[in-house]
Design a protein around this ligand. Structure first.
Ligand SMILES: [Zn+2]
Length: 116
């Protein structure tokens, strides 16, 4: 039996390039890093099934996006923006996901977003 894989490298679905399977107008590849897709799945919001948007990204991108969202929230607070865009919970979840996927940058990071 082979030794267990390091965290974030467990076996699972086969790795794939961030390409859309076909020329669907419901899938976008961004900078050859991630895909954004409307795959037909649905998610419950306010007791109603609504179309889901599926974003698939490498862990280091999730780490970067966590910081962008945290900064965005801070800027909104400084400017007293009326948009009410507190994205800290999403930022923290993305940061934790990057850590769970063993992203080295996220694991070394001591930024406040990592502990909120
Ligand atoms: Zn970080």
């Amino acid at each position: 039996m082979p030794p267990p894989a390091p965290p974030g490298q467990e076996t699972g679905p086969e790795a794939s390039r961030p390409d859309c399977d076909d020329a669907s107008s419901r899938c976008w590849t961004v900078e050859q890093l991630l895909t954004v897709e409307v795959d037909g799945s649905r998610i419950i919001h306010d007791d109603e099934a609504v179309p889901a948007v599926v974003v698939r990204m490498p862990a280091f991108v999730a780490h970067h996006l966590a910081h962008v969202l945290h900064d965005w929230t801070t800027i909104g607070e400084i400017m007293e923006s009326g948009r009410g865009s507190d994205e800290r919970e999403l930022a923290t979840a993305l940061h934790e996901a990057a850590r769970a996927a063993a992203d080295p940058g996220a694991n070394r990071c001591n930024h406040p977003v990592a502990s909120e």
